[in-house]
Design a protein around this ligand. Sequence first.
Ligand code: NOJ
Length: 535
Amino acid sequence: MDNQYLWWRDGVIYQIYPRSFADSNGDGIGDLNGIRSRLDYLAELGVDAIWLSPINPSPDVDFGYDVSNYLDIDPKFGTLADFDALVDEAHRRGIRIVLDLVLNHTSDQHPWFIQSRSSRDNPFRDYYLWRDPAADGGPPNNWQSIFGGSAWEWDAQTGQYYYHMFYKEQPDVNWRNPPVRKALLDVFRFWCDRGVDGYRLDVFNMYFKHPDFPDNPPAVGLRGFDRQKHIYDCDQPEMFPLLREIRAILDSYPERFAVGETFLSTPQKAASYCAAGLLHTTFDFTFLHSPWKPARFLKAIQDWEQALQQEGWPTYVLNNHDNPRSATRYGQGEDDNRLQVAAALLLTQHGTPFLYYGEEIGMRDIPITREMVQDPVGKRFWPLYKGRDGCRSPMQWNDSPNAGFSTGKPWLPVHANYRQRNVSAQQNQPDSLYHFYRKLIQLRKEYPVLRNGFFQPLTFEPQRLLAYLRQNADQTILVALNFGKRPVRLALGGMVRRASWKLLLSNRRDHLPPLKDGLLLPLEGHEVLILLQEA
Ligand code: NOJ
C-alpha cells in the first residue's frame, strides 16, 4: 500500500441529501447555494468529499432518482453556474465532489421516453425495454418491481409493456442499444469535464437484463419480489466489459473515482465488481443492516475482507437515504453512548467510511404519520412499511425556527428534538457526538495505519466487547469497543500484552490506567479505547 494520500481511499466521504441539507432561498427545499454556505462546517468536520444525492432535473416521483435530463441541474437546487461555484469553493477547501448517477432508468418525463412511448417505430423506441404481452395478454414474464407488483407496465397506445424495476415512472433504459450506451457514457465525461471528482452509481448491477427475458425461478420470501431468485433481471455478464469501459473513462482524468451501489448486495457480489480494472469500490450494506451485536459487525468485516481478497477496496456505511438512521436503530432515546461506539467502529475500519448528513450529531428519524408520507413506497405499503422519509428530515443546524434549515416551511418536518440536538449546541459541548466524530476523523488523518493497516481481531466470539488491531509495517493501533453499558475487561494475550500502549482516544478517560495484573484492559460502559503501540 503506497503512502500517498488518495482522497477516495484514505478520506471520509459525506453523503448529502440536497433537499434536506440547507435552504438558501426559503422555499423549504435545500439547494446548492445552501450547501455552499456550509462548506466551512464540512471542512471543519474534516470530510474529504461530499456525495450529493441526485441534483439533475427530476419530476421527483422518487425524489431525484428519476432523472429527466442528465446534463443539467434541477432549478429547485439552482443552476449550472451555482454548481460550478460549489465545485470551485469545495475544491478550494480540499473537498471533492461526488455525484449520484442514476443510469439504470430515467424518469418517464425524460424526452427519450416521451419519444419512445409515442409509437413503435419512433427512433427512440429501443432506448427502453418494450415487450409484447404473454400469450394470455398478461406481462411478458414474472419479473417484479422492488417497489411492488409486476415490473411491466402496459402501454395501451402502442400495445406493449415496458419494464421498470422501480416505480412505473422510472422506465429502465436499454443499455444494449449502442446510442444509449454512448449517451450514458458521455454523462461521465460531461461532469468530469465540469470538475466532478467521482460518482456513486445507483443500482449499477441492474443495467443489463437477460436478453431473452426468461422467468426468474422461485425463492422463499414474504413479498412477491422476494419470492424470486433475481438471476435474470440483474447481475448479467455484460456488466464487466461495461465497467472496464467506465473505468477507462475515469482513468483518462486524474484521480477520478466511482463507487457502485450494489443492488441486492452480498459481500461476494459487491467484491466481484471492484476487482482490478473495474469500479474503485462498491457498497456492501451488512453494517447498515446489522443488529447491535459486536459478533455481527465482526463477521461483516471478516466476510467483506475475505470476499475482497485484498484485491478490491472496502467501504463501510452505517447510514444512507434509504434506511432508518443508525441513531434510531441503535440509540436509546436521546442517549448517544452507543453512537460513540458505532462512530469509532466505522471510522477505524480498513476501508472508506461513508457518513450521512446529521449522523455526526446523532440525528434521529422523524416519526411519520399517514398524512405526511412523501415517499410513494411508504404510501403504497402503509402501514407495513412507512417509506424512507424518516431519515430524510432537515439538517438540524441550530435552535432557531426550522432548526436553521430554512426560513420557509420545510418539505419534511424538522425533528422535535432540534432545540437540544443541533450542530451549534454540539459544537459548544466538548464531549458531544459531533466532537467525537471530528476527533476520530482527525485521528484517521494523522495515523496512516488507521487507513492502510490490516485488520486483526482480538476478540473472536464477542458478546459485549469488540477489539482489534490495525497494523502496518510501522505501527500498531488497538481499538477496543464496549457495546454494553456495564464495565468489561479485555484480556490481552502474548505479544499484545508485552507491548506498551499509549492512549490516543477515549470517550471515558484522559489517561490509560495501569493494566490490571498486567494483562487485563479495563473498559467502562460504552467505552471506546484507541491505543497506539509505543516503539
Ligand atoms: C437506489 C436508491 O438509493 C434509492 O433511493 C432509489 O429509490 C432507487 N435506487 C431507484 O433509483
